[in-house]
Write a protein that binds this ligand. Structure first.
Ligand code: NAD
Length: 459
């Protein structure tokens, strides 16, 4: 029987909340802390506040039993052996990660340490953050042998966060102390031993994968770099295929065929070779900027990342040009928009390229009827409905009487629309798809003018 650890998770957002219920699912006892009282009482009452598959079930299963929610970090620190910091590390004006939330939490933990604690960086942080956390805790009067700081970066993706957490490709534990590494190994033992996957009601993996993940022990600094390097590399892959898709458009080649041909090379692999309107979300943009900034500060030339960012920015402008090319002029055009979240199956709109495009279209004088299965409420807080912006209840309502329909987010349900009904709803049967969700020939067969990314227009 694996040991049950008393775990505190500080920050109950996309990462912290998912980590908390998943640790409970793995058998541990968890205190989930947030300084947002409204959030804590909603979670205590069973409201997840975010859209994430399996989260409501797990919250229901463990809420107020194996997972308790509170605002009191001092109490959580006293009760728990391992304290995971999962607060935000947003981009600052200079491009660096803003670590003020992490620092505030580290200092607060320090003031309540009365026995040995393992303090875990779960948030994405730049290299050397573990040393700053250690210094902050020591400055608050805690003896060096009373705590260790380890890095355990999180690789979950929104939309499949719970499955990703419980079925990770790898678990990275960066620790410079054997004692702390052993605590982390114990926490993850239900996964690394494979025991969790024998449970009858185990949460299934994102692609039906059920293999026990490897746990990689590294130095703390290596682990910090692994997370930034992984996200930066994925962003490189996206910008690379976007640049290739632009070349395909210039030559009438088909980026889908090119991606298949590239991906069959085992060194390249087929995943993350889908062109679109550019990456967004709360991680890639800020993590690429932070990694570039770390390299700059250390005198290392990583200008590759500036190019990645440049291509990413251009991709949205290219999409806007596609709309312009399809409709001639934009002022006064009525557009249906499908998707507002930064990717499908999540309500997260942080750095969403879809919303940036809606803003660009409104600035061009278009009027927009937008639909998103989960992100409309959040978007309306940022972009309130008005004479030129309406939020509607279905994809067909967005298409109703529109001059064209734009697909901006890859929600699975947007790939399964009734094309006949869509055609009837649209004023002109023009679909401009920034996510390549449809087969161009099928669209033409349904009478649509269909424009996508990096693929020739079918006739
Ligand atoms: P989030 O904004 O959803 O959640 C952060 C939470 O921390 C909020 O609920 C906030 O109220 C709370 N918080 C802030 N200061 C606090 C304090 N002093 N005490 C207690 N709570 C406090 O952020 P997120 O998306 O969960 O990301 C958290 C970290 O994980 C970031 O570093 C991010 O880069 C990283 N990460 C995110 C993802 C993702 O897909 N969202 C994936 C991997 C890693």
């Amino acid at each position: 029987m694996p040991k049950q650890t008393q775990i505190a998770v500080v920050g109950s957002g996309y990462v912290g909340l998912v980590a908390a219920v998943c640790f409970a699912e793995m058998g541990h006892n968890v205190i989930c802390v947030d300084n947002d009282e409204r959030k804590v009482s909603a979670l205590q009452g069973g409201d997840t506040l975010i859209h994430e598959i399996y989260l409501p079930e797990l919250l229901q299963r463990y809420r107020n039993t194996k997972v308790r929610f509170m605002t009191d970090l001092a109490e959580a620190t006293r009760e728990c052996e391992a304290i995971f910091i999962a607060v935000g590390t947003p981009q600052s004006e200079t491009g660096d990660a803003d670590l003020s939330y992490v620092e505030a939490v580290a200092c607060e933990i320090a003031r309540s340490i009365t026995s040995y604690k393992v303090i875990v960086e779960k948030s994405t942080v730049p290299v050397y953050t573990n040393e700053w956390i250690r210094r902050a805790i020591e400055r608050n009067g805690v003896a060096r042998d009373m705590f260790d700081v380890v890095s355990n970066p999180e690789f979950l993706r929104e939309g499949t966060a719970v499955s990703d957490f419980l079925h990770p490709d790898r678990i990275v534990v960066g620790a410079d102390s054997d004692r702390a590494a052993a605590v982390l190994r114990e926490i993850y033992a239900p996964l690394t031993s494979g025991e969790y996957y024998t449970k009858e009601d185990a949460i299934p993996g994102p692609c039906g994968v059920n293999a026990a993940p490897p746990l990689l022990n590294t130095s703390t600094k290596s682990a910090e770099i692994i997370k930034h390097a992984s996200n930066a590399f994925l962003a490189v892959k996206i910008s690379f295929i976007n640049a290739v898709s632009n070349l395909c458009e210039a030559t009438d080649a088909n980026v889908e065929q090119v991606a298949i041909g590239m991906g069959l090379d085992a060194r390249i692999g087929p995943r993350f070779l889908r062109p679109g309107i550019g990456y967004g979300g709360s991680c890639f943009p800020k993590d690429v900027a932070a990694f570039r900034s770390v390299a700059d500060q250390l005198g290392v030339d990583f200008s590759l990342l500036s190019e990645v960012e440049k291509i990413n920015g251009q991709q949205k402008k290219r999409f806007l040009n596609k709309v312009r090319t399809a409709l001639w002029t934009l002022r006064g055009k009525k557009l249906g928009v499908l998707g507002l979240s930064f990717k499908g199956e999540t309500d997260d709109i942080r750095e969403s390229p879809a919303i940036e495009l809606v803003e660009m279209l409104l600035a061009e004088g278009c009027s927009v009827k937008a639909f998103d299965p989960a992100a409309m409420e959040r978007t309306a807080e940022r972009l309130p409905a008005g004479p030129n912006l309406e939020y509607v209840e279905s994809s067909y309502a967005a298409a109703d009487d529109a001059d064209a329909l734009l697909i901006l987010t890859d929600w699975a349900e947007f790939a399964k629309l009734d094309l006949k009904r869509l055609n009837t709803a649209l004023r002109y049967p023009i679909v401009i798809d920034g996510r390549n969700l449809y087969d161009p020939h099928a669209m033409v067969e349904h009478g649509m003018t269909y424009i996508s990314v990096g693929r020739p227009t079918a006739n």
